[in-house]
Design a protein around this ligand. Structure first.
Ligand SMILES: NC(=O)c1ccc[n+]([C@@H]2O[C@H](COP(=O)([O-])OP(=O)(O)OC[C@H]3O[C@@H](n4cnc5c(N)ncnc54)[C@H](O)[C@@H]3O)[C@@H](O)[C@H]2O)c1
Length: 356
């Protein structure tokens, strides 16, 4: 089998999940470059692999036979770096969110089509066994018509979490707070399982416990899917602990849901749990899960066999659209009907909301 030559750009916190995946998929990929503007980080990532060289800028890897680049960068860099890499003939799998604005996501999708380079967006929790099983049962309509869904996230991101980063906690580089960074995985899983486009979004954002930051630490929303399902969302990151994420769907014949990685169903009084049987040991943070390797394997397969990417740029855009719709609704105090005109949100715009 031809081995793909891959590079990682951004060797920060999440890069451990990539090092782990590269090792597990060594029959099909060879990491050849580790890029980080912090050269020590690039070196320490590269040193884990035999033929992997450190670099400080992505331009150093162009024209060197790299097939795929993984973007693990601050959110505002996803779009420009992805576009540049695709124009240099490299397939791109970017971390979530796909971009900071829908216009940027559109440009990425356009360049992917124009160049023939594949574009994917990481939403690894879709690949959890419990998610896959519940989606299959939902698609078989075992729960009847699903009328409502909810996701509830309460995590812990103290000031020190933001103090150690030059981009997190800023509208300019992260593009928001708990919604775009943490709740985005729950939003993606709900949309993926429900399998419908969105009709309208109403939401609000708050900053209750991070007075030194401009981003939101709390968000709530009501999202109406076109298929009739009404989704309510709550996310906050000032709880004292990373509590398991709770997602639930209510159907006419039964309820089903996820508590972190565990799936469950309720039919009347009958309760069943799904535990992941093939769960591997997690690397990095527990809540990142263990399925980056599965999404990377799926993306490599789409490159090697020239088939469509499962979680492509458009999928990334649809989930981003829900996030941005909540922000826009919060800023304008209006119900947002899709499609809508998006923009890069600034701290000045949001400060009025915090009333400070
Ligand atoms: N899928 C998940 O569960 C998950 C979990 C954590 C983070 N992430 C995502 O991964 C991405 C990175 O997050 P992180 O927590 O690893 O951030 P981080 O700050 O720890 O790492 C980012 C790295 O990028 C480097 N960098 C910044 N600008 C650069 C440039 N122009 N060229 C080269 N390197 C540059 C920085 O030096 C840093 O090492 C984000 O998109 C984040 O949302 C995803």
């Amino acid at each position: 089998m031809k081995k793909l030559k891959v590079a990682i750009v951004g060797c920060g916190r999440i890069s451990v999940s990539y090092a782990d995946a590269f090792r597990k998929l060594s029959d099909r990929v060879e990491p050849v470059y580790a890029v980080d503007r912090n050269f020590e980080r690039a070196k320490s990532f590269a040193n884990q692999f035999e033929n992997c060289s450190p670099a400080i800028d992505i331009s150093e890897i162009y024209g060197k036979g790299v097939d795929v680049v993984h973007l693990c960068l601050p959110h505002d860099l996803h779009a420009p770096v992805a576009v540049d890499a695709m124009r240099h003939g490299i397939h791109v799998l970017t971390e979530k969110p796909v971009a900071l604005t829908l216009q940027d996501a559109d440009e990425m999708i356009h360049v992917s089509e124009e160049t023939g380079m594949k574009l994917g967006c990481i939403f690894q929790t879709r690949y959890n066994e419990s998610v896959q099983k519940l989606k299959e049962r939902y698609n078989r309509q075992e729960f009847g018509k699903v009328t409502t869904a909810r996701s509830y996230l309460s995590w812990y991101r103290p000031d020190s979490y933001y103090d150690t980063s030059d981009w997190k906690g800023t509208w300019e580089h992260e593009g928001g707070g708990t919604l775009i960074d943490q709740a985005i995985h729950s939003i993606d899983r709900v949309r993926y399982i429900i399998g419908s486009d969105v009709l309208w979004i109403e939401g609000s954002i708050h900053n209750h416990a991070h007075p030194s930051r401009d981003i939101e630490d709390t968000a709530e929303a009501c999202i109406q899917f076109k298929n009739g399902c009404c989704y309510n969302l709550y996310s906050c990151n000032y709880y004292g602990f990373d509590s398991p994420i709770n997602i639930e769907f209510c159907g006419e014949k039964g309820r089903f849901g996820l508590i972190q990685d565990m799936g469950y169903t309720w039919f009347g009084d009958e309760y069943t749990e799904y535990h992941e049987v093939n769960k591997s040991e997690s690397v990095g943070k527990n809540y990142w899960g263990t399925t980056h390797v599965m999404q990377l394997a799926d993306f490599y397969d789409s490159v090697l066999n020239d088939r469509p990417v499962s979680v492509d740029g458009l999928e990334g855009r649809k989930t981003l659209e829900m996030v941005k719709g909540i922000y826009l609704s919060a800023l304008t105090h209006r119900r947002i009907w899709l499609p809508f005109e998006d923009h890069k949100i600034t701290k000045e715009e949001v400060r009025q909301l915090w009333n400070r």
